[in-house]
Ligand binder design. Structure first.
Ligand code: SAH
Ligand code: SF4
Ligand code: F3S
Length: 463
């Protein structure tokens, strides 16, 4: 009789980088025989892959650890418990003090050391590894075996850049993810080729400041994000490219031109502005004005008419007045968002803004958040409605809500429900948007005979 393989359960919070890292952890542990567990209750190793960006996110880890402690008592099971991610990096050994249930703490640049840290934990030591890699941190992770990639669906993330040197005064990322660094082109191409060979059709290039990408190319020179994407677009079978998240200061002409010229690059851009007030933008250390942002958006839209703009906003930054907040509403109206993430400012330990005067009372933040969210929701709905009657390409990525339906994504990243007889997950189908739901579009397939050659975004006659 052989022992059953050890089971791993990773729970991820926070950004897409953590989603990507969760797969990397599974890859690092695969040689140890670890397989995926269906739930925490079932696991021999539970990893909480944490986020430190706002207080609420960071505190979640402690309530989850409380649940795990209770689960251990009730079931008599004794899985090893690891805390990874940005809270691990920020709090390190503090976590061991606050939560006796934790066996090991590992920061985002040390996941390749998981097998070793687990051995130490098995000996009853409680290791903490939050070292920042000195050399190339991207070299340390083994490439996943093709078997491990399969089953991950038709869309995938690929990290191309990590860390941040921007030091916005509200943000923990430069401290939790370290200095900005880019992965070599050859590694990214090889990983993307492996993904595509395993059935992936759409790749989203990830970085905390992805448009600052400057990885080493095969010619020994530093390549831009645009150049990297032209290279990736050559991979046969890859249908779509996306990238996230960008900083306005790093959007250059070449990248804007790629939105016009690179057919595989989807017309979607996540470009956070945070605030519409120049005074607040300066206090945030964003290093651009509201007007510069708007002019940039104008140039990008000129390159790609149907661009869906997304963004991030913070309300209630220290010192934000009613007038500053009105400027935020104004820039949102003027830029015109297809979607956006809105946050209440959350003071983070160790960041300059946490010690600034003029912290905004919670009820004021609540009210501003509510107003901004209402505006964004209206813009999002209007953008979705503007697509009704138009033809869009849909990448089918999962079964639909109802029998006979498939679900996918529009070029603008909206979920789409579609009846597509004969089509399969992984196909890109051309369909007409018929209706708009609360959070998704409805679309209907058209046959080749019905399909006009015209690929433009002009509304089609629906009669
Ligand atoms: N690198 C990206 C964003 C990374 S963090 C950029 O520069 O745009 C994701 C978002 O979380 C930020 O854009 C910001 O809107 C929000 N955020 C970061 N720190 C925050 C804080 N202390 N309080 C509230 N929101 C915050
Ligand atoms: Fe944080 Fe600013 Fe860096 Fe974005 S650019 S990760 S908001 S410090
Ligand atoms: Fe959170 Fe770290 Fe991402 S703080 S948003 S998980 S980089």
């Amino acid at each position: 009789m052989t022992a059953s393989p050890p089971k791993l359960f990773v729970k991820s919070y926070g950004c897409q980088m953590n989603v990507y890292d969760a797969e990397r952890m599974a890859d690092a542990l695969a040689p140890q025989g670890y397989v995926a567990a269906g739930s925490a209750e079932d696991a021999d190793l539970i990893i909480l892959n944490t986020c430190h960006i706002r207080e609420k996110a960071a505190e979640k880890v402690y309530s989850e650890l409380g649940r795990i402690r209770k689960m251990k008592q009730e079931t008599g099971r004794s899985p090893k418990v690891a805390v990874a991610g940005c809270v691990a990096q920020a709090e390190g050994a503090e976590i061991l003090k606050r939560a006796p249930v934790v066996d090991l703490v590992v920061g985002p640049q040390s996941y390749h050391r998981l097998p070793e840290l687990l051995r130490e934990a098995a000996e009853g030591r409680r290791p903490v590894d939050t070292e920042f890699a000195v050399e190339d941190k991207f070299d340390r992770l083994a490439a996943p075996a093709p078997k491990a990639i399969r089953g991950r669906g038709v869309t995938a993330f690929v990290t191309v850049q990590e860390g941040c040197d921007k030091f916005c005064t509200f943000c923990v990322v430069p401290y939790t993810r370290g200095a900005e660094s880019s992965r070599p082109v050859s590694q990214i191409v090889a990983e993307t080729e492996r993904l595509v060979a395993a059935g992936v059709r759409e790749v989203t290039l990830l970085g905390q400041n992805v448009d600052a990408y400057h990885g080493e190319g095969p010619d020994g020179r530093s390549w831009s994000l645009a150049r990297l994407m032209y290279e990736l677009a050559e991979i046969e079978g890859l249908a779509r490219l996306r990238y996230t998240t960008s900083h306005p200061r790093d959007m250059d002409d070449e990248l804007i031109a790629a939105h016009r010229d690179l057919a595989k690059l989807m017309p979607y851009l996540h470009l956070p502005v945070q605030s519409g007030s120049d005074r607040v933008l300066a206090a945030m250390n964003r290093k651009h004005t509201a007007d510069e942002y708007l002019r940039l958006i104008g140039r990008i839209r000129a390159a790609r008419l149907d661009l869906a703009l997304s963004g991030d906003f913070i309300v209630g930054f220290p010192g934000e007045t009613d007038a500053d907040f009105e400027a935020t509403l104004a820039i949102a109206r003027e830029a015109g968002y297809a979607s956006a993430f809105t946050f209440k400012y959350s003071p983070r330990p160790g960041t300059p803004a946490a010690d600034m005067d003029g912290q905004v009372p919670e009820p004021v933040k609540d009210e501003r958040l509510r107003r901004l969210q209402a505006l964004i929701a209206a813009q999002q709905a209007a953008f979705a409605r503007s697509l009704v009657g138009r033809r869009i390409d849909v990448l089918l990525d999962r079964p639909g809500r109802h029998p006979g339906q498939l679900a996918g994504r529009s070029p603008y990243l909206q979920p789409v429900q579609i009846v597509a007889p004969g089509a399969a997950i992984g196909d890109v189908v051309s369909a007409v948007v018929t209706d708009v739901g609360a959070n998704s579009l409805f679309a209907a397939l058209r046959t080749a005979a019905e399909r006009p050659d015209d690929m433009s975004m002009t509304p089609e006659a629906t009669a």
